[in-house]
Design a protein around this ligand. Structure first.
Ligand code: IPE
Length: 271
């Protein structure tokens, strides 16, 4: 049974100008906040990415998703930059009548694994009208090793724990493109399309070098993981924010973007 819950990721390519260090896209954030304010009645959890805040510093300090004993100054700086971006987003959400409650990814994970007791509390909080907000970050994994935890991976952690009725990745394209030249979004992707990873990579390779967590490829990989729980995952253009509202309210049968259809691995094996 799915929970009445919208789990939405605002990609860093929506929240920031990825090619301009440390610059928030205020108007896109504002549009996004408005779009979320229109779905007030559906309990919602928001995750956001790092864009030109977290990624900029992660590259400077040579930090990656692989746990390692990175420069601790880098950990502080990346974390601080994510808090700054988070504050800009939280402020905009409040201005639009929402009640954001930022939570560090560190509080939601134990090493690389989800801290399910805490994640379940996010849902309870969302049901009371708060809007829990978390974000990709530099976090401690174990024994003094740190890593960059991507907002995309946090999406999977939360989706697997809470089984939301809607899962949406908001990006700066109309969905997953057929190919880079046509820039036409594929309405629906199956597991087989994605499993053919080499073909897939040629379609989705990030054009942004300052993205250490993997661009669109990473999003689709996480979307595939989430869809294996029987959840449809929608990839939507967050710069056209009304599409976010539509995706939540109308669902995958009537939205603009790419849907990765949910399938149930366990049931399929029994066939
Ligand atoms: C990255 O989060 C966080 C840091 C680099 C600290 P994401 O990987 O989710 O960010 P975007 O959405 O790709 O920008």
């Amino acid at each position: 049974m799915k929970n009445n819950l919208a789990l939405i990721k605002m990609g860093g390519s929506v929240a920031t100008y990825k090619d301009r260090p440390l610059s928030a896209n205020y108007s896109a954030i504002e549009g996004f906040s408005k779009a979320i304010s229109l779905i007030k009645e559906v309990p919602t959890i928001l995750v956001h990415g790092g864009g030109s805040f977290g990624h900029y510093w992660s590259v400077k300090y040579n930090m990656h998703t692989r746990p390692d004993n990175y420069d601790i100054n880098g950990i502080s700086i990346v974390h601080e930059s994510m808090i700054k971006l988070n504050q800009i987003i939280a402020h905009s959400l409040i201005k639009n009548g929402l009640n954001p409650y930022p939570v560090s990814a560190f509080a939601l994970s134990i090493g690389n694994r989800p801290f399910t007791t805490k994640i379940k509390q996010l849902y309870t909080m969302a049901q009371t009208g708060l809007l829990p907000v978390t974000y990709g970050d530099a976090i401690h994994i174990n024994n003094g090793n740190y890593s960059i935890l991507s907002g995309d991976v946090i999406m999977t952690m939360i989706a697997k724990t809470l089984n939301p009725s809607r899962v949406i990745f908001a990006v700066n394209t109309d969905g997953v493109y057929e190919n880079k030249e046509s820039r036409k979004a594929i309405p629906e992707l199956t597991r087989d399309d994605i499993t053919n990873w080499r073909l897939f990579r040629s379609r989705t390779t990030s054009e942004n070098v300052a993205d250490i967590t993997g661009g669109m490829g990473r999003k689709v990989k996480e979307a595939l993981r989430i869809s294996s729980r029987g959840i449809d995952v929608m990839i939507v253009n967050g710069l056209k924010a009304e599409r976010i509202t539509e995706a939540v309210l109308a669902g995958p049968e009537n939205f603009e973007g790419t849907v990765i259809r949910g399938h149930n691995k366990r049931l399929e094996k029994r066939k």
